[in-house]
Design a protein around this ligand. Structure first.
Ligand SMILES: Nc1ncnc2c1ncn2[C@@H]1O[C@H](COP(=O)(O)OP(=O)(O)OP(=O)(O)O)[C@@H](O)[C@H]1O
Length: 372
């Protein structure tokens, strides 16, 4: 039986944008289905907003095509104007019209009869729990309430695609999580395809069905949040989501020898410098017992002696920095709850081997391998 993949709501193929001779967006391809949220995640200046502007139609790509529901809306010669693309936009500075009532703001882009428009406005204000402000004005609302009105306005004309550029970054932390969740459930109910730009990994993890990790104009990795987090393509992809620890080693006979034992480096030629990369939560801490640590195990390898340099309580976890006896480097460990050993205390560390990644040293953009 053949499984039919639905036609993507948004399909971007190989788009490229050069500014002053530099590829600001470099061969980006992306597909988003109706009802799916994809987060374009990357550091400042990596080309996220430029990608969004090309989809919105306010900036032209130098090559590549954009399709909506299988229909070409833009290549280098043909271009559907922005107002006919049925694309909703939501940005950080969501700028409601100050002189229009909440109802008129939400109904701004709506077509149809007066009653029909009013019904849609009421439905959406109800949905974002702001019906009581229907005849109020933007200045009477808090930042979070204005943001919810902006969401209702963007979604009112039932756009096929919603483009959101850092839409929650102007909100204070306490409000943000609630509004993110509310926004997500409304967008899902409306079956909109969403492309959300953010530089915050927590936001992408919270909102996305798929994360597209962008760097230097290119998408370097794409997949479900769990996969992007647990199978990063390179050291920078690990570091984007958390602190990282790095051990340097040279490969001999497909093995990288470290103070924590050997790591598999299948297919890596002898003499290659590699980096063993792991997150702070994957270091195990053990107490010193008369100068000895725990026994080596296949899953945790060999213990290495370390001295506590600094320990801090961060709320839900503690962060401990260790100076490693084998080379004087610092490794970071996090443990749940409160654990604050005093500076200078000797402890033993092991690494969860199946949570380590082995990458070629210094090759930020190269694909890495996970040990078996
Ligand atoms: N019109 C322009 N003229 C010159 N440079 C530009 C122009 N538009 C974008 N750039 C450059 O292209 C790169 C990508 O910009 P873009 O705004 O797409 O990045 P971003 O990932 O959205 O960053 P941020 O998160 O800071 O908004 C940046 O280096 C930016 O300076």
């Amino acid at each position: 039986m053949q499984i039919q993949t639905p036609v993507p709501r948004l399909d971007i193929r190989n788009i490229m944008r050069r500014i002053e001779g530099r590829a600001v967006v470099d061969d980006v391809s992306l597909q988003i289905q109706a009802g799916q949220v994809t987060c374009l995640l990357g550091p400042s200046g990596c080309g996220k907003s430029t990608t969004l502007r090309m989809i919105a139609g306010v900036e032209m790509q130098d090559s590549g095509e954009i399709y909506v529901d299988g229909k070409l809306i833009c290549d280098t010669v043909f271009r559907v104007p922005p107002e006919r693309r049925e694309i909703g936009l939501m940005f950080q500075d969501f700028a409601l019209f100050p002189h229009l009532s909440v109802a008129d703001n939400v109904g701004f882009g709506l077509k149809g009869g007066k009653d029909e428009k009013r019904a849609r406005v009421e439905e959406l204000l109800n949905r974002v729990s702001l019906k009581r402000f229907i005849d109020g004005y933007p200045h009477q609302l808090s930042g979070g309430e204005q943001q919810r009105v902006a969401l209702a306005r963007a979604i009112a004309p039932r756009p096929r695609i919603m483009l959101m550029d850092e839409p929650f970054s102007g909100l204070d932390n306490r409000l943000r999580d609630g509004i993110r969740d509310e926004t997500l459930s409304l967008l899902k109910e409306e079956d909109t395809a969403v492309l959300l730009v953010t530089h915050e990994p927590e936001e992408a993890m919270r909102m996305a069905d798929e994360i597209a990790l962008m760097r230097g104009g290119r998408i370097v990795q794409q997949g479900a949040p769990y996969n992007v987090y647990t199978h990063p393509v390179d050291k920078a992809a690990v570091a984007f989501f958390s602190d990282v620890n790095v051990l340097g080693a040279e490969v001999r006979g497909a093995l990288a020898e470290t103070a924590f034992g050997q790591f598999l480096a299948p297919g890596v030629p002898d003499g290659t410098e590699v980096e063993i990369v792991f997150r702070p939560q994957h270091l195990r801490i053990d107490f010193d017992r008369a100068g000895k640590g725990p026994l080596p195990t296949p899953s945790d390898g060999v213990p290495a002696r370390a001295v506590v340099e600094r320990a801090r309580f961060l709320g839900s976890e503690s962060l401990i920095e260790f100076r490693m006896e084998f080379d004087g480097s610092i490794l970071k460990a996090t443990v749940p709850n409160v654990f604050l050993p005093e500076k200078g205390r000797v402890m033993w560390l092991t690494v969860r081997r199946n949570r380590c990644f082995v990458f070629p040293a210094g090759a930020a953009a190269a694909a890495g391998q996970q040990p078996g």
